[in-house]
Design a protein around this ligand. Structure first.
Ligand code: MN
Length: 213
């Protein structure tokens, strides 16, 4: 008798698991919430990670159920989806990429092959930063400013509105600046340029180098 109902119990357990298990889960920060202060305050990081980033995860999980994208890897969704599914998938990817490149103890400058490529394509690291700062200031509304490697192997700055991501253009993202107001408004109010300028102190070039290789 017990043996006869066992397959049913197993079936119910696995079915329930599948139904309640979200495909994407929040990735914890690789540092403490207060570790990036004063450039990024604990309050900003808590809202940015726990509310905004988590919100994109929850929304994406909700949207992909029963869609053709259910079960697909995040990057596959980003390069093929449109509308709300693209927006939320890209925002998940962008935020994980953004948080991961920051550190309270960053390698302060690029070295090796990445340094050489930056010097070749922008003149110097300082000029790259200046150009990205300028692009961040010029971006109208919400979006992201990216350093990416194009198909020919050249480094380029890509300005994207909303959830835009260089993966859509066949490029390899290396570094990103989040210029949505939620990324800086608690600490810097309307001073986006100051927020972006301060963020460079927390960019870990060791992480950026690892993406380049
Ligand atoms: Mn953000």
């Amino acid at each position: 008798m017990y043996l006869s109902v066992l397959p049913l119990i197993i079936h119910l357990m696995t079915t329930t698991d599948t139904m309640t298990q979200p495909q994407f889960t929040v990735r914890e920060l690789p540092y403490a919430y207060d570790a990036l202060a004063p450039q990024v305050s604990e309050e900003t990081l808590r809202f940015h990670h726990d509310k905004h980033y988590k919100g994109y995860i929850d929304k994406l999980n909700e949207l992909i159920v029963d869609s053709p994208y259910a079960g697909q890897p995040l990057e596959a969704i980003i390069v093929s989806a449109d509308g709300p599914i693209f927006n939320n998938a890209a925002q998940v990817w962008n935020h994980e990429f953004f948080f991961d490149q920051l550190s309270p103890t960053p390698q302060p400058r690029p070295t090796g092959a990445l340094k050489e490529a930056i010097d070749r394509d922008f003149g110097s690291v300082e000029q790259l930063k200046a150009q990205m700062n300028k692009a961040a200031a010029a971006l109208f509304g919400s979006g992201w400013v990216w350093l990416a490697e194009d198909k020919a192997g050249n480094l380029t700055i890509v300005s994207e509105q909303n959830a835009g991501n260089p993966l859509r253009h066949g490029m390899k993202p290396l570094l990103c600046l989040d210029v949505w107001e939620h990324a800086y408004y608690i600490d810097y109010r309307n001073r986006r340029a100051d927020a972006v300028a301060a963020l460079w102190d927390n960019i870990d070039w060791k992480k950026v180098e690892a993406r380049f290789h």
